[in-house]
Design a binder for this molecule. Structure first.
Ligand code: PLP
Length: 377
């Protein structure tokens, strides 16, 4: 057993590495006396737009707000149906429900993402939009999503909360849909030191609308044209993100290296399935999530407990499919047009292993070898 517990993620290691550079930028913000809507936010928006090669990036307060403002800017309202996955963080569906629209859950495929081949069966005359979620950092097949959206005249909001830097067929995800909505929650691939998020779009009207919505529905001070939100990213978070954006390739490459090492060591273990990735589906491993197979002699919860006894922290993303949560017990609050059996099953079989951009390869090796030892392989 290792002397120190291996954590699921450890933000302190990042701070040890780049903390001084970040402190310097925070100091400059404090000295400037400008904390809201200053030059760091402006520069970050420009740098993000350049990074993604899109016309506009709009910083907001969180990934949740990025989704909410995107939906609202597209005019999604009461009674509209929005197709998404039941296997995601709650916020994806919560924002739809908060606008009194109706989440329509479509089952997932073996890679944990929405099954693009099932979407068309769930489209009705009320359907207005699709929210594909690039879960754990693995891109959804965006070619298929955009083809369906075009055929049925639907909006697409990509939930890119977990997939900064992931690419589908060489193109960064978040740049395919009408909007790409990102979270910069601290543990994300590009994480702030508090809540933060941003939206991407190429559409000038949508840009203006979302920029207005994030500041109480006003462009001109004290002249409110809409009911909006208070969802500004603050200058300190923007300054931190500007520093971290310089390292994002390094961060993602390290995650990929760690994931490849997990894959190699776990490849001989036929009781578990490791994440799929390829050049076409360029994965950035926000999470490294395995599935415990049906032939396994032990179940997922036993594996989790055994790992804990060996000083290894793991987590279950996600223990419940969204339609089984108390908020959706009332079946009027969501719609399902066919079975969600895979999402229901996978919730009992998934386990996320330690993964972050400063994890040591030594720790990865220890975790993977311990799993093999538990299974006697
Ligand atoms: C898939 C997904 N969507 C949306 C969100 C919401 O982001 P935030 O926590 O920044 O509001 C998250 C973050 O946890 C997420 O993982």
């Amino acid at each position: 057993m290792k002397a120190q517990k291996i954590k699921l993620f450890d933000l302190k290691k990042e701070y040890e590495e780049i903390g001084q550079e970040i402190l310097e930028e925070i100091r400059k913000v404090l000295e400037s006396g400008i904390f809201i809507m200053g030059k760091n936010v402006e520069q970050l928006e420009q740098e993000l737009a350049n990074y993604f090669n899109v016309k506009y990036a709009i910083t907001v307060n969180s990934g949740t707000d990025a989704l909410l403002i995107s939906l609202k800017a597209l005019g999604i309202r009461e009674g509209d149906e929005v197709i998404t996955t039941p296997f995601t963080f709650f916020a994806t569906a919560e924002v739809i429900s908060n606008l009194k629209a109706v989440p329509v859950f479509v089952d997932i495929d073996d890679n944990f993402n929405i099954d693009v081949n099932l979407i068309e069966k769930s489209i009705t005359d009320k359907t207005k939009a699709i929210i594909p979620v690039h879960l754990f950092g693995l891109p959804v097949n965006m070619e298929k999503i955009m083809e369906i959206a075009k055929k049925y005249n639907l909006y697409v909001i990509e939930d890119v909360a977990q997939a900064f830097g992931a690419k589908y067929k060489g193109r960064l995800v978040g740049t395919f849909g009408d909007f790409g909505a990102f979270s910069c929650f601290p543990t994300k691939n590009l994480g702030a030191y508090g809540d933060a998020g941003f939206i991407l779009t190429n559409d000038q009207e949508l840009y203006k609308k979302s920029k207005m919505l994030k500041v109480h529905g006003s462009i001109k001070k004290y002249y409110h044209e809409e009911f909006g939100y208070n969802s500004r990213m603050d200058e300190i978070q923007a300054a931190i993100l500007k520093v971290k954006l310089k390292y994002i390739e390094k961060f993602n490459n390290h995650r990929i290296k760690a994931a490849n090492l997990y894959n190699t060591i776990l490849s001989k273990n036929l009781y578990i399935t490791t994440p799929k990735a390829s050049d076409e589906f360029y994965h950035v491993y926000h999470q490294y999530t395995i599935k415990v197979n049906d032939n396994s002699p032990i179940d997922r919860d036993t594996l989790k407990k055994e790992l804990e006894l060996n000083g290894i922290e793991t987590n279950i993303y996600y223990p419940y499919p969204l339609h089984k949560l108390p908020v959706y017990l009332n079946k009027d609050n969501y719609k399902v047009y066919h079975s969600l059996v895979r999402a229901e099953e996978l919730c009992n079989k998934v386990l996320s292993l330690p993964m972050y951009h400063y994890i040591s390869l030594d720790d990865v090796e220890y975790v993977a070898n311990t799993i093999n030892r538990i299974f006697n392989v």
